[in-house]
Structure formats: structure tokens, C-alpha cells
Design a protein around this ligand. Structure first.
Ligand code: TXA
Ligand code: MG
Length: 313
């Protein structure tokens, strides 16, 4: 398809749902990042996600739902999961829950695990598509495996344009980093930091959250060391650029001609700008130095993405 970008409207969402229902791939805007969606119950459609991204088949996908009712058709919802959903859905929280044996999900979605990752996005276009489809779509971030996540329709078009049947455009993603992922069993385990923080989750549940060491064996394969990798080399916690480096500033730590994630030092603004600015610098520089970001609140998710982007590959 030569012009797959379509501005969001209720009609466009209906069209997107029909494409999904027919086994196609649609790039869907969400508040975190743009997702590459396929009908989660259709093996062949889900296989196309892995093919388009070049994603290893052992790396499972998140299914997206309209709410708890739809979620309960696919996963076993414990009281703890209900508490979390009541507090944070719709929104950027993904729960890893026991999958129902009769779920009807493509086994490619779970990569053969006995759990499924579920998220209820806030994004209006995503919700409109799910309502029209009447079942979940699976959607990883709409980028080639290991690359920078997309926070705009243009990012998706540049990286995957030929491979998707439609890109629904709803402007830049407001949050800008992927959802928080938490495994919900008897205990709570953080698998990926995001804009919903451990402190918020502990406050709502009255329960401690175990934060897994972010190296070693694969918990969420998105936790693999090298990920979100730009073509350029990244140097973190830099106070100034060296010769030949582009600079990504934060707050007062900046440089002439630099992009600044948030001149006022606001972490929410910085997260929203993170991937867009990395995409821009990656197009123009071979080396990028990045200012220190406070490792608190949303800064934990930002530093997680930056560390992976800078990891040896
Ligand atoms: O914000 C988001 O979550 C975005 C938007 C599009 O919804 N999606 C996203 O998907 O970030 P993806 O595929 O890029 O990251 C999903 C992560 C992967 O690291 C995957 O390994 C992990 O979720 N995951 C999926 N199912 C899992 C499971 N059953 N157990 C543990 N980790 C799982
Ligand atoms: Mg991803």
C-alpha cells in the first residue's frame, strides 16, 4: 500500500477493525507508543507481526482489551489483579496473568507460556478499534525488533511502512515510554518499569513489589540487555558533549544546539520526548551523549530505556 497513514476518525477505526478481522496488520496509536496490531486469535495474523518486526518467536506479545470483562475471557483474574485494574485501567499498566486454557488466543501470542500479558489502553483510537473488533488485538511496539520504539505515525512509516496495511495517526503518544509490566501471582513482580511506578502499585495494593534484576535470564524479553538501540552510539550521564557528539540535554544540563528532553527538568515531558528525540538525533549523528536523568519516578523508566539503548550489541 502506498499511503498507509490514515488520520484517526471513528470511521477509520472501523476500517482498522475490518483489516484486523481479515488478518491484516494495523499500526495503532496508544498513549505509550504506537503498537503493531493483529487479531490475537488469528495464528496467521500474529505470525505476520513476528515476521514484520523480525522478532524472535520466543518473545511473547501483549494483548489489548476494552476492560476487565474482555480480559476475563482470556486470563484468570485474581482479586489482586482486579484491584490493580480498578486503579490503573484504562492506562499504561500491563498485567501478566495465568492464561485460560480455553482462551482461543493464538499460541504465538503467549509463545507457549502459561501466562498472558494484558493491557487496557487509554487511547481513544485503540479503544474504538477494540470495541469494533469485539476481541483483543496483540500488539508489540511498532518497530523492528531491538530498535527504537515509535511515538508517531511517521516513525512507524519510516521503519515498517511497507509491511503494515494501515497506520492510524493520532499524533504523538502522550506518555512516550512503554507500559509498566507487572507479573501478578500470589506476589507482585515488576518486569518492566513504566510511567506507573512501583510506589503507586504498592500504595494501591498494600503489598510489596519485587523488582527483578534486569540482566540474566529472560523474564520479559524486552528486558534483554540491548534493546531500543539506535544506530548511533550512546554515552550516558554526560555533562557536556565531546567533539563529534550530538547532545541530548535535560534541565540545566544542556549544550548549544542540543535537543533538551525537558528544559524545566520535568520527567513527564522528558518521557514524552525521549524516543522522538532519539529518532531525530539518530538520523543526524553517529554518537549521542545524554545528560543525567534523575532516577526517581518516571526517571526510572527513562533510565531503563537509555541503559538498554546504550548497552553493547
Ligand atoms: O506500552 C506497551 O506495552 C506497548 C503498546 C503498543 O501497548 N507494547 C509493548 O509491547 O511494549 P512489546 O512487545 O514491545 O513489549 C512487551 C513485553 C516484552 O518484553 C515481552 O517479552 C513481555 O512484554 N511479555 C509479553 N508476554 C509476557 C509474559 N507472558 N510473561 C512475561 N513477559 C511477557
Ligand atoms: Mg518493544
Amino acid at each position: 500500500m502506498s499511503h498507509p497513514i490514515v488520520a484517526y476518525s471513528p470511521e477509520a477505526a472501523g476500517q482498522a477493525a475490518r483489516i484486523l478481522s481479515d488478518g491484516g496488520l494495523v499500526a495503532v496509536p496508544t498513549e505509550t507508543v504506537y503498537g503493531l496490531a493483529a487479531d490475537a486469535t488469528d495464528d496467521r495474523a500474529v505470525a505476520r507481526i513476528y515476521e514484520a518486526k523480525g522478532r524472535p518467536s520466543f518473545n511473547p506479545l501483549i494483548i489489548h482489551v476494552t476492560g476487565l470483562e474482555m480480559a476475563s475471557r482470556y486470563a484468570v483474574i485474581s482479586p489482586l489483579a482486579e484491584t490493580l485494574a480498578a486503579a490503573f485501567w484504562p492506562g499504561p499498566l500491563t498485567m501478566v496473568l495465568p492464561v485460560r486454557p480455553d482462551s482461543g488466543l493464538s499460541t504465538l501470542v503467549t509463545a507457549g507460556l502459561d501466562t498472558v500479558a494484558i493491557r487496557c489502553p487509554q487511547s481513544l483510537p485503540a479503544q474504538a478499534i477494540l470495541a469494533a473488533l469485539g476481541r483483543p488485538f496483540a500488539a508489540p511496539s511498532a518497530n523492528p525488533s531491538g530498535g527504537l520504539s515509535p511515538t508517531s505515525a511517521a516513525h512507524v512509516a519510516a521503519a515498517l511502512g511497507e509491511k503494515v496495511d494501515m497506520i492510524l495517526d493520532d499524533g504523538p503518544s502522550s506518555v512516550g515510554v512503554e507500559s509498566t509490566i507487572i507479573a501478578v501471582g500470589e506476589t507482585l513482580t515488576l518486569l518492566r518499569p513504566g510511567s506507573i511506578t512501583v510506589a503507586q502499585i504498592e500504595k494501591i495494593t498494600g503489598q510489596g513489589v519485587e523488582v527483578k534484576e534486569q540482566t540474566g535470564t529472560i523474564l520479559a524479553p524486552g528486558m534483554m540487555e540491548s534493546h531500543y538501540a539506535p544506530k548511533a552510539l550512546l554515552r550516558l550521564n554526560a555533562t557536556a558533549p565531546e567533539t563529534g557528539e550530538a547532545f541530548l540535554g535535560f534541565g540545566a544540563t544542556t549544550a548549544p544546539g542540543a535537543l533538551n528532553l525537558s528544559p524545566s527538568g520535568d520527567l513527564t515531558e522528558a518521557a514524552a520526548n525521549l524516543f522522538a528525540f532519539l529518532h531525530r538525533l539518530d538520523d543526524t549523528a553517529n554518537r549521542i551523549a545524554v545528560a543525567p536523568i534523575p532516577d526517581t519516578g518516571l526517571g526510572i523508566a527513562i533510565n531503563d530505556r537509555l541503559r538498554r539503548a546504550a548497552a553493547p550489541r
